[in-house]
Design a protein around this ligand. Structure first.
Ligand SMILES: [Cu+2]
Length: 94
């Protein structure tokens, strides 16, 4: 029973606390000002550690803070609120 509980808590910890890097394709960016707008918008979220925007590649990369999570849905919402459109979101553990 103890072993089972330990296993469950480890899975729970991994699911909740593992910060990830989010890679997204974002459409509608045309200049450095677009990049700044998106960066500023994403940084308003408490789970966002850092943001990198590559306008030429239509790419936005977000590093989550340790033990924090920015959901795909919330990411998509923030991008839309900034006036752009997220087309694909992938994640990798840090
Ligand atoms: Cu622009």
């Amino acid at each position: 029973m103890i072993r089972l509980l330990t296993g469950i808590s480890m899975v729970f910890f991994a699911a909740v606390a593992q910060a990830e890097t989010i890679y997204a394709r974002v459409e509608g960016m045309t200049c450095a000002s677009c990049a700044q707008t998106i960066e500023a918008k994403l940084l308003t979220h408490c789970a966002v550690q850092s943001v990198k925007v590559d306008v030429a590649k239509d790419q936005v990369i977000v590093v989550e803070k340790p033990a924090k999570h920015l959901s795909d849905m919330k990411f998509d919402k923030l991008i839309r609120e900034a006036g752009y459109s997220a087309k694909s979101i992938t994640r990798r553990p840090l």
